[in-house]
Design a protein around this ligand. Structure first.
Ligand code: DC
Length: 219
């Protein structure tokens, strides 16, 4: 494994992505958004109209899946069968489908290698749900970032360019996703026992990153 692996887990809207990007920039290492690969699976499920709840259909689909990250100008692009799908995976429908299909153990097993392969050669900040618990239990630094649901929903709502949904709907969808992600049997969202928990409810992104850097630099 590369010498420096930092994991950041937590629920949607806690600030993981922005924090992970900024932290990786400050440390001069790459940032890996593992949610993107679960979104990539969901994108292909939708695209190929796969009945993913059926075991044998899911297994055949996963055998044919050719999903990978490639590094370009210091960041990672999500490639499916040679095509960059990075810009198609951020819709609310894909968010929900990624959350439900990622509960299938076969999906999780299939994606383990893609994540661990990167860590063999790169120092990186890995963002996800099970980074500290399952994928990189030996990581050097593990953080669990969380915040009150209402605050997370407000942040997501503020980021939406066209405000097609009201804030209550955003909060409801977030709650559903939290429940899916934390109540599944395989690799549920939870802090690793040795993770450092940070509540971002009343903190800015910069304050969270400062806190993390202080911990990393002190070690
Ligand atoms: O981080 P995100 O919102 O882009 O992730 C989308 C979904 O993918 C999330 O609801 C659950 C799943 N996911 C996961 O199960 N494990 C990860 N390490 C990352 C994401």
């Amino acid at each position: 494994m590369a010498t420096s692996i930092i994991t950041i887990d937590g629920p949607a809207g806690a600030g993981k992505t922005t924090v992970s990007k900024l932290l990786s920039q400050k440390l001069g290492i790459i940032y890996v958004d593992t949610g993107a690969i679960y979104r990539g699976v969901a994108f292909e499920i939708k695209n190929q109209n796969i009945e993913w709840e059926n075991d044998s259909t899911l297994e055949i689909f996963l055998e044919g899946l050719d999903l990978n990250f490639i590094k370009k100008n210091g960041s990672l692009l999500l490639i499916s069968s040679g095509r960059d799908i990075s810009k198609f995976i951020r819709t609310p429908e894909i968010s929900m489908l990624a959350s439900s299909s990622s509960a299938r153990p076969q999906v999780r097993a299939e994606l383990l290698d893609i994540q661990r392969k990167i860590a063999k050669t790169e120092d990186a900040v890995f963002e996800g749900r099970d980074m500290g618990t399952v994928v990189f239990p030996e990581a050097e630094y593990k953080f669990y970032l969380f915040a009150d649901l209402a605050v997370r929903a407000k942040r997501r709502y503020d980021e939406m360019p066209n405000k097609v949904k009201n804030i209550n709907k955003v909060e409801q969808e977030m709650q559903t996703r939290d429940n899916n992600d934390s109540q599944r049997e395989t690799a549920p969202l939870k802090p690793a026992t040795d993770a450092i928990k940070i509540d971002s409810t009343f903190l800015t992104i910069e304050q969270v990153v400062e806190k993390m850097l202080r911990i990393i630099e002190k070690a």
